[in-house]
Design a protein. Sequence first.
Length: 135
Amino acid sequence: MCREPVMAPRQAAAQNVLALAFLGDSVYSLLVREALVAAGDGKAGALHARSAALVNAAAQARGYERIRDCLTEEEAAVYKRARNAHSAHTPKNMSGGDYHSATGLEAVFGYLHLCGAEARIRELFDIIMDKEQQP
């Protein structure tokens, strides 16, 4: 699906990185849910459990490691700003490192979404998911 950019890349990069992460969390979650439904297991409980396993700080931190070397200079800058941003708290039961890395990944997805870079989002997501499915 192609859509118009919401804003220019420079404008998107200037947004508060935690706001980019807020948006990117939804983008990433939707992509995971689409992938799970497309895979064919239509039972809601199973879908929810698998989604929760893929959309959490630890899984997203692993996802970042898979795409780290693929990021453009601009994407890497957004990631680093978000990873280093101070948030109000770190949720229980997760490491601070994973949480900050996941925030960075989400910010990249939010940034790309605002730029209308759906093909790039899909490219990065496919790299993450392809390697997620491997043992």
